[in-house]
Design a binder for this molecule. Structure first.
Ligand SMILES: Cc1cc2nc3c(=O)[nH]c(=O)nc-3n(C[C@H](O)[C@H](O)[C@H](O)COP(=O)(O)OP(=O)(O)OC[C@H]3O[C@@H](n4cnc5c(N)ncnc54)[C@H](O)[C@@H]3O)c2cc1C
Length: 304
């Protein structure tokens, strides 16, 4: 986010704001600035909204993502699309033994045989430093992630032809020969393209000195692994707090100072959690360790 030359906007001396990147963070920032009558332009690299696959599921947390949606005036729309059962969590090991099956409330799902394996929300099947992770999308598809702990250049050295999904599936499954056929069916019976991805994270204590007229938010500020389920929530909360600071102070540099200090603090805490969760999940006995972690959360919260 950066600003150009100062000029009067809506009775303040705020300059027009430029936002680079129309992800969750950029869009929430733009939306709240518009509500506050602050001049804003958003630049997005993707040419169209369908340039990349859409429709993943996100857990939008009450103390972060939902706060941002409220500030953006989108709470009612959010409530209207929330999916019952989306927060369900199942944890299995490689034999298919269920270590944890958390079901929240009643909900509908059209495919009972799938419900049996992956549930209605997220499923983690973990063992031997690898795993299958799934979530059910709003339109009823199952997103399947295959996770490996391998060297950074493995995608190019493994020889797996990711551009040929049928061959790639066979080679991926060769890494799971001693896993339950019920679980490997998630890959075997999937007819979709495969997108190889590395997971990167910024150093946990990453920070910078305030710079006049420019700052970062969301992944650009604190990229972390998805294992705390916080990246999208933090991006939206960053955006809301920055937008409100701009509107309240009417001064870009003062707003940046006000925004950055608490942003670093919460991002560092979440980055630590996310890294610890990733180490725990992608480990020799990830299922047992994740189930134990969830049980300790329940104990802390006093839930049965
Ligand atoms: C597999 C996976 C699962 C995840 N699951 C969860 C989850 O369950 N819960 C959760 O909270 N988070 C999750 N995350 C993290 C979440 O997706 C990110 O933290 C979130 O998208 C960050 O939002 P952002 O706006 O900062 O960045 P992005 O969403 O990455 O948006 C950045 C935008 O900037 C654009 N851009 C990039 N460069 C330029 C440029 N030079 N010029 C113009 N535009 C540019 C990009 O095209 C993109 O649209 C997951 C991430 C992954 C990879």
């Amino acid at each position: 986010m950066f600003s150009r030359k100062q000029r009067d906007v809506s009775g303040t001396t705020l300059p027009p704001i430029a936002i680079v990147g129309g992800g969750l963070g950029g869009l929430v920032l733009a939306r709240i600035l518009q509500i506050k009558n602050i001049d804003v332009a958003l630049y997005e690299r993707d040419q169209t909204r369908d340039a990349r696959d859409q429709g993943g599921s996100l857990d939008i947390h009450a103390d972060s993502g939902q706060v941002a949606l409220r500030e953006a005036g989108l709470e009612a729309q959010f409530r209207s699309v929330v999916r019952p059962g989306g927060q369900d969590l199942r944890v299995l090991d490689k034999t298919g033994v269920v270590y944890l099956d958390e079901v929240e409330g009643e909900g509908e799902m059209g495919r009972p045989e799938l419900l049996q394996l992956v549930g209605r929300g997220s499923m983690f099947a973990l063992a031997d430093n690898k795993g299958f992770l799934t979530h059910v999308t709003a339109d009823g598809r199952i997103h399947v992630y295959v996770a490996f702990r391998v060297a950074e250049d493995w995608l190019s050295t493994s020889g797996i032809p990711f551009e040929k999904p049928a061959e790639a599936r066979a080679e991926i499954l060769a890494h799971f020969t001693d896993w339950s056929p019920g679980l490997t069916a998630l890959v075997r019976e999937c007819g979709d393209p495969i997108f190889p991805r590395r997971l990167y994270l910024l150093p946990i204590e990453h920070r910078w000195q305030p710079r006049s007229g420019i700052t970062l938010l969301g992944d650009a500020a604190h990229l972390m692994s998805p294992f705390a389920g916080e990246g999208a929530n933090l991006a939206m909360l960053d955006a809301a707090e920055l937008a409100l600071a701009l509107a309240e102070t009417g001064d870009v540099d003062e707003a940046i100072r006000r925004y950055e200090a608490p942003m670093f603090e919460r991002a560092h805490a979440m980055a630590r959690e996310s890294k610890a969760n990733m180490e725990l999940c992608i480990s020799v006995d990830g299922a047992r360790r994740l189930a134990d972690l969830m049980a300790s959360f329940r104990q802390q919260n006093g839930t049965p």
